[in-house]
Design a protein. Structure first.
Length: 368
């Protein structure tokens, strides 16, 4: 038994000396608990609600105050018109709007019923439906409250409208998210083992004595995956159009160019991982496990980023798939042009240059 205990003690020393094992055992559960506890929720909160009050009477103000007192919305009562709201939806700076017609209070008091319009961004149908349900619920509670105060029963009729998705097709948000997830994981994982494989098989010497410059070696490693990933994009789009009945509203050429940029970003990420690791197992662990959870969480297609704490919203800016997801939604679902996505494109381009520079710096031209 004494020898057995000594052997167990030795194994504990091995575990404590291996930092990667300790990181997987304690770091990964800690990160997952924090993320799942604070960041992941399907509940819609802190959504900015733009209010266009053409009535400006007591009833419209009371209903707006009811909505403001809830934890779901941040009410913006800027004096803008209907066209300005539509422009804000195109830019992505607005996701929902509440419009009161002129004479809202007068119609409610004298005719017993009145209408309000709820505009939502249908490119995210789950959030849009949740927003409509929240506003409808608050409206119902308000009309019951004023009906108890007066002998007549009043009826407020919400008229929801989903911009860019009138039929409420749930696949519209799913397809861009899957494109971002698949390309981010597959491109990065496949490329991450490309250089490491040469090290493990002993063929790195051949590459190092070849007349190619290091940059050309890295590009040659990435080109096959770039072509195969573009074929992957074509397959996904064909399935989306002919199987899921998704209409591509924007430019196909712009869609492909932006997808190509994102693929190059992912390939650059994979090359950086490949040049900073010494085994295929480690490279795959970093690219698959290390990127899958951040991509799923911080892209925005599964969980609304607005619900997350500010620190997680800042972290999401470092995830390339988040910017690609915004680009695909704008081009594919809203039919917008380059002037609406140039900032996101610039972010992806900057990430690509930074990752390629790091990969080139870490590419060893001498074997140790």
């Amino acid at each position: 038994m004494k020898q057995f205990l000594v052997f167990i003690r030795k194994e504990f020393f091995h575990v404590f000396r291996d930092r990667r094992t300790l990181l997987i055992m304690f770091g990964l559960p800690l990160v997952q608990i924090v993320l799942f506890g604070y960041a992941l929720t399907s509940e819609v909160k802190n959504i900015t609600l733009t209010v266009i009050d053409n009535s400006r009477d007591e009833n419209s103000r009371q209903l707006v105050n009811k909505i403001r007192s809830s934890s779901y919305f941040v009410v913006d009562e800027s004096s803008i018109d209907y066209n300005d709201v539509l422009a804000a939806f195109r830019k992505g700076s607005a996701k929902c709007a509440l419009i009161f017609p002129a004479g809202f209070g007068n119609d409610l008091l004298h005719q017993g019923k009145a209408q309000i319009q709820i505009l939502t961004d249908g490119s995210d149908p789950n959030t849009a439906k949740t927003v409509v349900n929240y506003i409808s619920s608050i409206t119902t509670a308000y009309q019951q409250e004023i009906s108890r105060q007066r002998p007549l029963k009043y009826l407020i009729i919400p008229e929801p409208r989903m911009l860019y998705n009138e039929e409420g097709n749930g696949s519209l948000n799913f397809i861009p998210g899957v494109m971002a997830l698949v390309l981010m994981i597959v491109c990065t994982a496949l490329t991450s083992v490309s250089v490491v494989r040469e090290k493990e098989t002993g063929t790195m010497e051949i590459l190092l004595v070849s007349p190619f410059k290091p940059l050309l070696v890295l590009i040659a490693k990435a080109v096959p995956y770039l072509i195969l990933s573009l074929l992957n994009i074509i397959m996904i789009l064909l399935l989306a159009v002919f199987v899921l009945n998704v209409t591509i509203k924007g430019s196909i050429i712009l869609l492909f160019l932006e997808s190509m940029l994102f693929i190059i970003t992912c390939l650059s990420f994979g090359l950086m991982i490949s040049n900073t690791t010494n085994s295929q197992q480690t490279a795959l662990l970093l690219s698959m496990m290390g990127l899958m959870i951040p991509t799923m969480i911080f892209t925005g297609f599964m969980f609304p980023l607005e619900n997350m704490p500010k620190i997680f919203q800042l972290i999401s800016n470092l995830v390339p798939s988040r910017w690609y997801f915004l680009i695909i939604k704008a081009v594919m679902l809203k039919g917008l042009g380059f002037k609406y996505i140039w900032k996101e494109t610039l972010v992806l381009l900057a990430m690509t240059l930074i990752l390629l520079t790091i990969a080139l710096k870490k590419f060893k031209t001498r074997l140790s």
